[in-house]
Design a protein around this ligand. Structure first.
Ligand code: CMP
Length: 142
């Protein structure tokens, strides 16, 4: 299955972007940049679900702010397929801090701050598999 080939990654259109009506424009750019959507759904995370997803950051000073924000409104979770998907998606997202993001990246265009930065992407193939499995069952992949 493609979710085991290394050509798939996990992405989120975060609550700020969904709340502000930017999800459609972001997903259009996903498609324009050659990604195939293998799975996608709109969900509203509970605080506990956000804490589970970001458990690796639980000692960070911004953990409470991050998990409050991620559970503040619906978000869109996606399985994105492309060659070298992890790097390709991180390149399209741009730097975590939108002030440092390159022109043409999603965070440059759509993010407002380091906390409310419009999109998330897995940082490795291993984490992509873990994050995809956190949100999707095998039956949800097309
Ligand atoms: P993301 O790629 O989803 O992974 C962890 C998130 O923590 C990151 O995007 C940022 O949105 C958030 N984050 C990182 N640094 C900070 C910070 N200094 N203050 C608030 N949020 C942060």
């Amino acid at each position: 299955m493609a979710e085991q080939t290394g050509n798939i990654t996990f992405g989120i259109v975060k609550p700020d972007a969904v709340r502000d009506g930017k999800a459609g424009a972001i997903i259009q750019k996903v498609l324009d940049n050659g990604f195939k959507l293998r799975a996608m759904k709109l969900i509203h995370l509970t605080q506990r679900e956000a804490e589970g997803f970001y458990a690796v950051h639980k000692e960070r000073p911004f953990f409470g702010e991050l998990t409050n924000f991620m559970s503040s409104a619906p978000c869109i979770v996606m399985a994105l397929e492309k060659e070298n998907a992890v790097k390709a998606w991180r390149d399209l997202m741009g730097a975590t801090d939108p002030a440092k993001a390159d022109a043409g990246t999603l965070r440059k265009e759509f993010a407002t701050s380091i906390g409310e930065n419009a999109v998330h992407g897995s940082d490795s193939e291993e984490n992509a598999q873990i994050e995809l499995a956190y949100f999707f069952s095998h039956l949800e992949f097309v």
